[in-house]
Design a protein around this ligand. Structure first.
Ligand SMILES: Cc1ncc(COP(=O)(O)O)c(C=O)c1O
Length: 464
């Protein structure tokens, strides 16, 4: 029997014709306990995109992009799809590709949680992991690698950042669903923006129905959308260091910056109080949603879009050790903060600094090691690239060679200094200092200062 004949047999049943038919139609759920605890005047509800088969909002644009590429002839039967993605779009594309007979190659960065990469591979996709701490124009950047692989394999590249089918998917499905599910009574829509497909697509539809609906962008506080440079922040999938094609400022009434700390603690709070397991970007959207809801009136309905599940972040946002190491949790007893409270600067060198200048800097500050970091402080952990130590400078015995002194530290640097969370115990820091001459102290996921062995020794000495 052919599938077309089988489809006829499904008529009148509630059996979906394939996984593709289960994309969309996600529920909106009131945040009952949060509304109560916060004594919110309005209704605060979540459009829960984890109910999609791939577990995220990205199933929608994935399907739309493939359908539109088939229609335009860009994607032919048995073809290959190549996309640089932080995970969710990959899952969506992998589901659509499996069902429609395409191969998938995904290019991603080492900032992405390892579970997400394993997940893409589980769907049968090939995944190429690139370093996050390189400029977009660098040949190793994930944008560049994706370009190269697309050409080499004669593949179709959906390019969610520039593809109009991405916002179109949300304009055709997510927006109308929210309008109908709230009976046209939605007053505020809050979502994070990465490609901006979700927020723009939903905004286009909702504003056509009622231009008074407030559309609010929740944004990592260093991303360009809220006026930052695009770094550093650790929440995944949202915020950018450039403006994607779908970014349409006239569609948004407000942009609310949210720190990693607020995003992660809100994610944990929603999971624990509502039984809705959300990821870091869902926490970010909810943190902004709470800001909006606290200011709203009794007639208002605030809908926050939750893009994906906390299951993809069990080793990060939901791991106490990771949270503490990155400076998001405070331990009991004497903690690193007690030693470094007054310090807020980090002495560092850039990868292109010469060996000569590095030695000069270390002498000026009377320090015996210095981290090599990409960009401007504060640094995200992935931007702390290596270290230079007095011992390693002397080790080569090339000090009198003037050419060697003129080289960049990137050529001679050693592995990065270990890190310690500002809320971790002094004991934990002391143990880590056995293997690292100094530690980079992280607060809220960003570098704050350096903690050296002598800092810890003199603290103990003063206490004695
Ligand atoms: C986890 C997560 N949240 C939010 C977004 C943002 O959605 P959009 O790209 O439609 O702006 C993404 C996008 O990749 C994401 O992966």
């Amino acid at each position: 029997m052919k599938n077309t004949e089988r489809d006829g047999r499904l008529a009148g049943t509630q059996i979906a014709g394939s996984m593709l038919e289960t994309i969309g139609g996600t529920p909106i759920v009131a945040m009952r306990r949060l509304m109560e605890v916060e004594q919110l005047p309005c209704v605060l509800a979540v459009k829960n995109e984890t109910a999609n088969p791939g577990g995220s909002a990205k199933d929608r644009p994935a399907l739309q992009m493939v359908l539109d590429a088939e229609a335009s002839g860009e994607l032919r039967p048995g073809g290959t799809i190549v996309e640089p993605t932080s995970g969710n779009t990959g899952v969506g594309l992998a589901i659509v590709a499996a069902q429609r007979g395409y191969k998938c190659v995904f290019v991603t960065t080492d900032k992405v949680a390892p579970e997400k990469i394993a997940l893409l591979r589980a769907y049968g996709a090939e995944v190429i992991v690139c370093p996050v701490a390189v400029a977009p124009e660098d040949e190793r950047s994930y944008y560049k690698v994706a370009e190269r692989v697309t050409i080499e394999r004669g593949a179709y590249r959906p390019n969610q950042y520039a593809n109009p089918s991405n916002p179109k998917a949300h304009e055709l499905t997510t927006g109308p669903e929210i309008w109908e599910q709230t009976n046209g009574r939605i007053t505020h829509f809050v979502a994070g923006a990465g490609t901006s497909g979700t927020i723009t697509g939903v905004a286009r539809y909702l504003k056509r129905q009622n231009p008074a609906i407030q559309v609010v962008v929740a944004d990592p506080d260093r991303s360009v959308f809220s006026g930052g440079s695009g770094r550093p922040y650790l929440v995944e999938g949202v915020g950018e260091d450039f403006y994607p094609a779908a970014w349409e400022p006239k569609m948004y009434d407000r942009v609310i910056p949210v720190t990693d700390l607020e995003a992660f603690t809100t994610a944990r709070r929603v999971s624990q109080t509502e039984g809705l397991l959300i990821g870091g970007s869902g926490g970010l959207a909810m943190a902004a949603g709470l800001v909006v809801a606290r200011e709203a009136g009794p007639e208002d309905i605030v809908v926050v879009l939750n893009p994906d599940s906390g299951r993809g972040y069990l080793s990060r946002v939901y791991n106490d050790e990771w949270m503490a190491k990155n400076g998001f949790l405070e331990m009991r007893g004497t903690v690193v903060r007690d030693l470094v409270d007054a310090r807020s600067t980090i002495i560092y060198v850039s990868p292109e600094t010469t060996v000569r200048d590095t030695i000069g800097l270390m002498r000026t500050h009377g320090i015996s090691q210095v981290p090599v970091c990409q960009g401007e402080p504060p640094f995200a952990p992935a931007e702390i690239m290596g270290s230079v130590h007095e011992a390693s400078l002397l080790a080569g015995g090339q000090m009198d060679d003037p050419q060697w002194l003129g080289r960049s530290v990137a050529e001679i640097m050693r592995p990065a200094l270990a890190t310690v969370g500002i809320g971790e115990t002094l004991e934990a820091a002391a143990m880590r200092l056995e293997g690292s001459s100094a530690l980079v102290v992280l607060e809220g996921g960003r570098s704050r200062c350096i903690l050296s062995r002598s800092d810890v020794l003199s603290w103990y000495e003063q206490q004695a």
